[in-house]
Design a protein around this ligand. Structure first.
Ligand code: ADP
Ligand code: ASP
Ligand code: MG
Length: 400
């Protein structure tokens, strides 16, 4: 029997009725002849609530214990879904990330999958079970600790399993019909995109389109996993993610990311070696902070820029002196609330940039900076104007 991987997000399993509806969908897919592996997220806002609870107990909770706490959200959903399937007369068994053989590195709160050993999953499928897997978590074979994959990481669990089970099809079920030309909550004129290439979709996800975890798109591209995004509420085709077309420049979507904090370190003594030491220490202690740039002016001046959450940027600032160690003269500044609005598509350049800048100007959105990447034009704008910028760029490029 062909294996099929489904993944259901937080809204899709939010409450007993929705869990029973998901069970009915899985039972139907199984009747059509598939062996099913189903990855689930935590119910509704559970992960946010657990994070808030931790901060009520402790101002700086340990990352290991945060992972122990957050991994429970997905375990609640998996057990409830298995029960709902039993009631439909379907054999089903739930597994945690570690029982499913999801092996990760040691980076608590933002771990990367380093291998998948789906022996128990294969055995359970062989016995005719639907296998339910807790998303967003794994285990480090080095430390034997439970890890989590970063916010939104259940999508990546699903694609990693689809790859390991023989590059089988992976369908991500969520609360919208598929990938849209912009976040439909911000741009009401946004349309469903029936097909999008891996590279354009990766840019969309990396630049803030939270409909897919960015690492899941990159993994699907690398492993050639057939990937789709579909509605868990409506039976409509959704979006297929596939090989990119090589053709004339085309804007596929507008995507945005708000509330970004920047941390900028500048130093002028010990030169490159010291900057490298800082880079390594930050990536070890703050795995979710993304390095944006490292500029080195000979041995005399270095600048490092990261972006990420307010908590990480503030924690880096508070611990920077200790982290950079003795010697050298380095200072670190943080700024909050940056917003990036991006045009996604391959081959975009000066022509599209000029048209976009005119559209932003007409809408009265001041542009702070523009960055050009192979699959996107990234505009930095004031956070308060991000939604206006999304609508202006959508109207200029994606509405007829
Ligand atoms: P899930 O809990 O199912 O993983 P998410 O909240 O992570 O769902 O992702 C779905 C949400 O992503 C949608 O409700 C939508 O608001 C948002 N979104 C952002 N950009 C896009 C886009 N380009 N297309 C579709 N949805 C988008
Ligand atoms: N529950 C986790 C989160 O809210 C993982 C996920 O939903 O994919 O980030
Ligand atoms: Mg998600």
């Amino acid at each position: 029997m062909d294996i099929l991987v489904h993944k259901y997000g937080g809204t899709s399993v939010n409450g007993p009725e929705r869990i029973r509806a998901v069970a009915a969908r899985i039972a139907a897919a199984r009747t059509s002849g598939h062996s099913m592996v189903v990855v689930v997220s935590a119910m509704g806002e559970t992960t946010d609530e657990l994070i808030a609870l931790a901060h009520q107990v402790s101002p700086q909770p340990s990352r290991r214990e945060m992972d122990m706490l957050l991994s429970t959200g997905e375990r609640v959903s998996m057990a409830l879904l298995a029960m709902a399937l039993h009631d439909l007369g379907v054999r089903a068994i739930s597994f945690t990330g570690s029982q499913s053989g999801i092996l990760t590195d040691e980076a608590h709160s933002n771990a990367r999958i380093v291998g998948v050993k789906p022996d128990r999953i294969r055995a359970a499928l062989g016995e005719g079970h639907v296998v339910i897997v807790a998303g967003f978590q794994g285990v480090s074979p080095v430390t034997r600790e439970i890890t989590t994959l970063g916010r939104g990481g259940s999508d990546t669990t699903a694609v990693a399993l689809a790859a390991a089970l023989g590059r089988v099809r992976c369908e991500i079920y969520t609360d919208v019909d598929g990938v849209f030309t912009a976040d439909p909550r911000v741009a009401p004129a946004a349309r469903l995109v029936p097909r999008i290439g891996y590279r354009a979709c990766s840019a969309l996800a990396h630049l803030g389109g939270r409909v897919l975890h960015a690492r899941c798109v990159d993994l699907a591209a690398r492993e050639r996993v057939p990937l789709a995004v579909r509605s868990s509420f409506r039976d409509v085709p959704g979006t297929e993610i596939m090989e990119d077309d090589v053709e004339a420049p085309r804007v596929e979507a507008v995507t945005h990311r708000t509330g970004v904090s920047l941390a900028i370190a500048e130093g002028n003594a010990g030169g490159k070696g010291e900057a490298r030491g800082i880079l390594e220490a930050v990536s070890e202690r703050f795995p979710a902070l993304e390095l944006v740039a490292h500029e080195q002016d000979g041995e005399t001046h270095g600048a490092l820029v990261w972006m990420g959450s307010r908590e990480d940027a503030e924690a880096l600032k508070a611990g920077f002196r200790e982290l950079r160690g003795p010697g050298g003269e380095w200072r670190l500044d943080v700024s909050h609330d940056a917003a990036f609005v991006s045009l996604v598509g391959l081959g975009l350049g000066a022509t599209e940039a000029a048209k976009a800048e005119r559209a932003l100007e007409r809408s009265g959105v001041p542009l702070v900076a523009l960055r050009v990447t192979p699959a996107a034009l990234v505009f930095r704008v004031a956070s308060a104007r991000a939604d206006d910028a999304v609508r202006a760029l959508h109207a200029a490029f994606l509405e007829r």
